[in-house]
Design a protein around this ligand. Sequence first.
Ligand SMILES: Nc1ncnc2c1ncn2[C@@H]1O[C@H](COP(=O)(O)OP(=O)(O)OP(=O)(O)O)[C@@H](O)[C@H]1O
Length: 266
Amino acid sequence: MTAIIQVRQLVKRFGDHEAVKGISFEVEQGEVFGLLGPNGAGKSTTIKMLTTLLSPTAGGATVNGFDIIHQTNAVRSSIGYVPQALSADGNLTGFENLLIFAKLYSLPRARRKERIEEVLSFVGLTDASGQLVRNYSGGMIRRLEVAQSLLHQPRVLFLDEPTVGLDPVARQAIWDHLMQLRQENDMTIFLTTHSMEEADSLCSRIGIMHWGEIVAIGTPDELKATVDGEDPDLNDVFVYYAGDALESGGSYRETSRARRTARRLG
Ligand SMILES: Nc1ncnc2c1ncn2[C@@H]1O[C@H](COP(=O)(O)OP(=O)(O)OP(=O)(O)O)[C@@H](O)[C@H]1O
């Protein structure tokens, strides 16, 4: 097994606040790795450093063998990134959105149309490709954003809360596509989530983040085995490692954001 992501003592400070406190871990090629944690734990900050959108305060990491501080362009061209915020333009069609990303990724002109059709077909949006994205459902927009991130055939795909605000059917469709990517393309997937169910269904390994630290890491079964009690599930694991955060971690903010996202997507 080869570590495709290597994180060493990674720190991010915002003023006096240390959002990420020297975390270290590795992700092997072909894994679906999930960072699970309450809001404010430092998940998005970590994903933004690994995708080169934020510079670390200290420590470092490599992604696909490229240094996230000194080889930012090489990292960017070898990864796909689906951010939490909306990245598709509602005033363009699905096809037009993909064309912009194909140009951004410098896909050769002669290959663009064919590759756009391939990714549209993969996410099941071929028939909707000529419609304005503002008429898409939340699930279709998410699938389009996944398609955007796949155009340049990245080896690692980063997703920041891929299914927040989606209904169960749309969420299942995203999960199915991610599993297909892993199985058919040996793609490594790194995602953040609040959802225990998402982590349990999708992830081969999970890191639980709490107040800027990774407090537990392992397969879902390994993590469950660290917790006492009869047949513990990931909820029990989460409460065990980050329980007080569930009580005090600003659930209002989480709820408000999930609703905002749902409104925006729906
Ligand atoms: N640009 C910023 N400036 C100042 N503080 C920030 C900034 N970005 C994040 N933080 C703070 O860093 C901490 C970690 O935030 P982060 O968004 O990484 O957490 P998270 O685990 O992704 O939470 P959520 O699930 O709510 O997105 C929080 O206390 C947040 O307020």
